[in-house]
Design a protein. Structure first.
Length: 239
């Protein structure tokens, strides 16, 4: 980032307070605002279940191995050991990843267009959030966008360790698993206690609708732009 000359920009939108502080500490921009990701609730909202295809679904990319150990501990192993019917969707899965998925007895669905994600969530009972290691260790307070989208779709969510230091969510919006055993126990609870699972998902959905939709981010952006005399022009364009 030091190689980028941002001196002619009014400021930077950083999708987390941790990143904002990095910009300020290094003097990379004059102004930096925290502007988190959010859910587009026109696309991501609860659907009526058409058919139950399985218990657990995870949608994401294997990547370059930066969360290989985490995916093994918080997804593959708990699902396999508990005999949970699981399917994984995503890209950038090398041969070793596909082999690990096969050994765990998990189905692999391959690439999934993002607009189809809500319909897939509807046909499963739970999903998990497994942040990449750099996010979990160095960029505290920043979840993946899939966390927002899953909650907006009304599916119960269990997360691998991450620090919600900005209090984006309420403590009872999702379950936090600190290790493989806790992940397995949380999955068992969600899959076998329908009332608990429904209440968990409902609380998370409420939080998204109250705080984390794209409409909320538009309002934040317009308030950021106002001191620069841009709010009137933005309103005119919108109208």
């Amino acid at each position: 980032m030091r190689a980028n000359d941002l001196s002619h920009y009014d400021g930077v939108l950083a999708f987390g307070e941790t990143i904002r502080q990095i910009y300020l500490k290094n003097g990379w921009a004059k102004n930096v605002w925290t502007w988190h990701e959010a859910a587009d609730v026109r696309t991501f909202y609860p659907r009526k279940q058409q058919r139950l295809e399985g218990d657990l679904v995870w949608i994401g990319n294997w990547g370059d191995g930066e969360r290989k150990a985490e995916l093994e501990e918080f997804l593959l192993q708990p699902a396999s050991e508990a005999g949970i019917r699981t399917r994984i969707y995503g890209v950038r899965f090398p041969n070793e990843a596909r082999e690990a998925i096969d050994r765990a007895g998990i189905e692999f669905g391959g690439w999934l267009p993002n607009y189809k994600v809500p319909a897939v969530f509807t046909n499963y009972c739970a999903t998990v959030h497994v942040p990449r290691r750099p996010y979990a260790e160095k960029l505290a307070g920043i979840p993946t966008i899939r966390m927002f989208e899953a909650m907006a779709c009304g599916i119960p969510l269990i997360s691998a360790p991450w620090n919600d230091c900005e209090e984006l969510f309420r403590p009872d919006d999702y379950l936090l698993a600190r290790n493989k055993r806790e992940m397995r126990d949380h999955l068992w609870t969600v899959l076998n206690d329908k009332d608990f699972a429904e209440n968990l998902a409902a609380r998370a959905l409420e939080t998204i609708r109250e705080r984390h939709t794209c409409a909320h981010r538009v309002d934040q952006l317009l308030s950021i732009c106002e001191p620069f005399g841009l709010s009137t022009r933005a309103s005119a364009i919108a109208s």
